[in-house]
Design a protein around this ligand. Structure first.
Ligand SMILES: [Zn+2]
Length: 117
């Protein structure tokens, strides 16, 4: 992956990290979130959708993933699947910059999780 691309993902991840942290700090309301998204340069519908799903699902979970992804950028491991090590397609990272697994492994993990319930 190009350095510029990694930088772009890093900016997105840092922005998401800041926003979720702020939400978790207690000012949890839709307006704040929308304002926060507007502050981000790359504020696209995609970003807004992503924030929407971050809000409705577990903040903490996403925060952990975002921080893990940032750590992986520092270690030059960003974009590689944590399970099988293949490169995650850039299209997938654009939708979910904090994803840690390729599509196949993610499906496998979700299947296992479902079976456990
Ligand atoms: Zn994989």
């Amino acid at each position: 992956m190009q350095k510029e691309e990694i930088d772009r993902f890093k900016q997105q991840l840092l922005a998401l990290n800041g926003q979720i942290t702020r939400i978790m700090d207690g000012q949890d309301n839709q307006n704040l979130t929308r304002d926060a998204v507007d502050e981000v340069d790359q504020a696209t519908d995609l970003m807004a959708n992503m924030m929407g799903s971050a809000i409705s699902s577990n903040y903490h979970n996403n925060l952990v993933k975002i921080q893990e992804a940032l750590k992986r950028i520092e270690n030059n491991e960003f974009g590689k699947c944590m399970s099988c090590g293949t490169e995650i397609p850039i299209g997938r990272l654009e939708i979910l910059p904090f994803t840690l697994y390729c599509m196949d492994c993610q499906k496998e993990i979700e299947r296992t999780r479902r079976n456990r319930r």
